[in-house]
Design a protein around this ligand. Structure first.
Ligand SMILES: *Cc1c(COP(=O)(O)O)cnc(C)c1O
Length: 432
């Protein structure tokens, strides 16, 4: 095996022959992958030397941009102490520091932290916590979940069972997926006044099934991958009341919305409510390493710990990984040491200014912006391969899905790059 670097041709040949990509085919004449050789600040560098302004933050994660000196330093320093050590029977400084940071910045009643490897696993852990809590406290019938359509919570089986039944292709896996309850997605948009009728179906289902319901699971304020739908804080507030009234736990999946993305540190703050269980991931390490966390209240942890099993039944091999927890601490400290709120507010203004002209285009169904998230919904499904190439040729990295062209840029992007990003998106849309 030669140690010489791969040529771009070799790289692409291996990719085509052997490598799965997210939600991709191995046989269709798929769009080629773009070879990225490095990334710096808000720019991805391609093998042919071109640089692209990154509109995606590598799927919500790289909030401080790429190759950040403070985050690099955190990984390097931790590497010299230890890169990994098992978490059974052992505690180490970066995990302890991260847990304390998370408890301090999340809503006050969240007090216990389960650190895992990825968002999907954080959701599995949250579901398991809810089920084990009710089992342990003698409510053995409460083992079902209730959620809304167009949700996305991850790709593992427990998480997939609460994803949108159509997008999540439940029929393919119907013999193995647990069956849960679904109601329509929140009908009130972010700026709409919430009315009781908006939650009527949810309320009816809760009244009907509360004796079987362990928890409601939902993405707060922003339904991400399931449609980039922003809904009213009033809905979330009322949902909290209904969960309390009928003794159902509320799981908030903040994996996409957490760490400032919507203009609040956590999206539940828009509604002034607290969940019983919260899932975090994506931006938690600033996009450096895979890590996630599930937080819960002392009521849940006590119920589980004093129940039949006497312990919580979960424990990944790489739980609490020191490199990942160290860089998570550095990323969170970097975020909260800055005037992040005014930074996000400024990005929101720039996105409104830059994307609003798309309203006038006949191809466009709607334009919406919340915090540092900008969405252009087209009237028709876009051809991913051809539009991706047009974006790259225009010097920007934007990856649409379905009818949605959306961006969530790194928080460090300056006004000039934001303007260029928006202008080039509009230029490409104009060509559709
Ligand atoms: C991305 C995402 C997940 C899954 O996280 P992975 O790290 O991809 O497993 C779960 N929930 C939400 C809301 C997400 O955006």
């Amino acid at each position: 095996m030669s140690s010489s670097p791969l040529s771009t041709e070799q790289l692409l040949a291996i990719d085509k022959a052997h490598i799965w990509h997210p939600y991709a085919s191995m046989t269709a004449a798929a769009a080629p992958s773009y070879p990225v050789v490095s990334a710096q600040g808000v720019r991805l560098k391609l093998a042919d030397g071109r640089e692209l302004i990154d509109g995606m933050s590598s799927w919500w994660a790289a909030i401080h941009g790429y190759n950040h000196p403070a985050l690099n330093q955190a990984v390097k320093a931790q590497l010299d102490d230890m890169s990994h050590v098992m978490f059974g029977g052992i505690i180490h400084p970066p995990a302890a520091k991260l847990a304390k940071l998370l408890v301090d910045i999340t809503p006050p009643t969240l007090d216990k932290v389960f650190i895992s490897d990825s968002g999907s696993v954080a959701v599995e852990v949250a579901i398991k916590m809810a089920l084990q809590y009710w089992y342990s406290t003698g409510h053995k019938s409460k083992q079902k979940l209730l959620t809304v359509r167009n949700g996305y919570h991850g790709d593992t089986f427990g998480a997939m069972a609460v994803c949108d039944p159509v997008n999540g292709m439940h029929h393919i896996f119907k013999d193995v997926l647990p069956k849960h309850y679904f109601v329509e997605q929140p009908q009130c948009r972010f700026d709409d006044a919430f009315e009781e009728q908006h939650i009527a179906e949810m309320k009816a289902r809760i009244e009907q099934h509360h004796q079987q319901l362990a928890a409601v699971i939902i993405e707060p304020i922003v339904q991400g991958t399931g449609g980039m739908h922003f809904y009213s804080p009033g809905y979330l507030k009322r949902l909290r009341e209904l969960c309390d009234e009928y003794e159902i736990l509320l799981i908030l999946d903040e994996i996409a919305t957490g760490f400032g993305r919507t203009g609040k540190l956590f999206a539940c703050e828009h509604a002034g409510i607290e969940p019983d269980i919260m899932c975090l991931g994506k931006a938690i390490t600033g996009g450096y390493l895979s890590l996630a966390a599930t937080l819960c209240t002392a009521r849940i942890s006590t119920g589980i710990s004093e129940g039949e099993a006497g312990c919580f039944m979960h424990g990944p091999t790489f739980m609490g990984n020191p490199l990942a927890t160290a860089v998570a601490c550095a990323s969170i400290e970097l975020l909260i040491s800055q005037p992040w709120q005014s930074i996000i507010n400024n990005i929101e203004r720039q996105l409104i200014k830059g994307l609003s002209p798309a309203f006038l285009l006949s191809q466009v169904a709607s334009v919406r912006v919340l915090g540092s998230i900008g969405v252009i919904e087209m009237k028709h499904v876009v051809d991913m391969a051809s539009i991706q190439k047009q974006f790259v040729d225009a010097g920007i990295w934007v990856r649409p899905f379905g009818k949605l062209i959306y961006i969530m840029p790194p928080y460090i992007m300056n006004d000039e790059d934001l303007a260029t990003l928006c202008e080039n998106i509009l230029k490409v849309i104009n060509q559709q």
